[in-house]
Design a protein around this ligand. Structure first.
Ligand code: OGA
Ligand code: NI
Length: 362
């Protein structure tokens, strides 16, 4: 692949933003999804449920995405917070967090800095063009399969931690506050991830430090940021901004666009649209996808909190008790695990399922 004009990609890279700005009334065939994958014309319901809300109507509750209040002051009961986090992780693999402690001003600055990056002329952005070797930098596809149907979105991917994985040359210099703001944002959200891991550990009935330790400890855990930019799309009903997938890492905190919806999570086979609550960050590891629309572009910042990448990971012994609860996954490293998505691109939950099959010996 070296010396390839496409920088290691199987075919020349086309920026979705350029397609969008060309003003064409139709999208290229490469972006048209097969019928069953297309978003429904009717956006699914997806109300939201606060943990204190009483719901009489069971069906409503089924569809309501959990909202978890993380403020230490909320009831002053860490055990209640841990229970709410744990229930959301079990039932949905996703929740919206409120009172998460990341300052609103920092969220605004992070969004503005990255909107500023994508607003720059194409030749500036192209300097950061990425390759499938590390995916760091400005990208427009995930996966290297030639002829694959592509998603309607561009992104910027960066390693933030541990320090030896950082590539300072990949960090944009403009807007001038982008580097510092991204650093500050990552620090605040990584610390939130630490609190969530403690709550998730408690929810599993193991020591609060257990998951963080399993990740290799706070200093060794991986932090990556993927900023997604979904330009306006003339035929949003035919494509997706990001195909169905589940994130490979330990947990993801998503700073959703505060104006434009698009994220959907899958619950019992149905796609539920997330209606972000204001100043929220969102956590999930559920199967999800992104819709685009004709009127507005959309920007999101996903922070992935990952285990140390060369650590063999396996189900915690405390949670395994054959024959009732056999280990569902074989030990593997995060480096090995994420290769699947990097080669094949987003493919629903097929990655997780293939691992389960491997553990069965089938
Ligand atoms: C991701 C992702 C969702 C969004 O980056 O993995 O799922 O709303 N993003 O952009
Ligand atoms: Ni995702």
């Amino acid at each position: 692949m070296e010396g390839d004009a496409a920088g290691g990609w199987p075919e020349p890279v086309v920026r979705v933003q350029s397609l969008s700005e060309s003003g064409a009334a139709t999208i290229p065939a490469r972006y048209v999804k097969p019928e069953p994958e297309r978003p429904k014309a009717e956006l699914s319901g997806g109300g939201r449920r606060s943990n204190d809300d009483e719901y009489d109507d069971e069906e409503e509750e089924e569809k309501a995405i959990p909202v978890v209040d993380l403020s230490p002051a909320a009831g002053g009961d860490p055990a209640a917070t841990a229970r709410a986090v744990s229930a959301a992780c079990r039932e949905w693999g996703f929740f919206q967090a409120v009172n998460h402690g990341v300052p609103g001003d920092l969220l605004r600055r992070a969004r503005a800095a990255w909107r500023g990056f994508f607003a720059q002329p194409m030749e500036v952005k192209q300097r950061y063009g990425n390759s499938p070797a590390t995916y760091e930098g400005y990208g427009s596809r995930l996966g290297v399969e030639k002829g694959a149907v592509l998603d309607w979105g561009d992104y910027f991917f960066l390693h933030v931690r541990p320090p030896h994985l950082r590539s300072p040359d990949k960090w944009p210099h403009m807007p001038p506050d982008l580097r510092e703001t991204t650093e500050e944002y990552s620090r605040a959200v990584a610390s939130l991830c630490g609190r969530l891991l403690a709550a998730m550990s408690a929810g599993l009935g193991v020591a609060e430090t257990r998951l963080q330790e399993a990740f290799g400890g706070e200093d060794q855990a991986g932090v990556c940021v993927r900023v997604n930019y979904y330009p306006r799309c003339p035929q949003p009903e035919l494509t997706l901004g990001l195909s169905s997938h589940s994130d490979p890492g330990g947990m993801t905190v998503l700073l959703a666009d505060d104006r434009v919806r698009g994220l959907q999570v899958r619950r019992r086979g149905a796609w539920v649209t997330v209606h972000p609550v204001l100043t929220n960050a969102t956590y999930r590891s559920v199967e999800h996808r992104v819709m685009v629309n004709a009127d507005e572009d959309r920007l999101s910042v996903a922070l992935f909190y990952n285990p140390k990448s060369d650590l063999p990971l396996a189900p915690m012994p405390e949670l395994v008790s054959p024959p009732e609860r056999p280990p569902l996954y074989k030990p593997m490293t995060f480096d090995e695990y994420r290769l699947y998505i990097r080669r094949k691109g987003p493919k629903g939950k097929s990655q997780v399922d293939s691992l389960k099959a491997a553990a069965d010996g089938s």
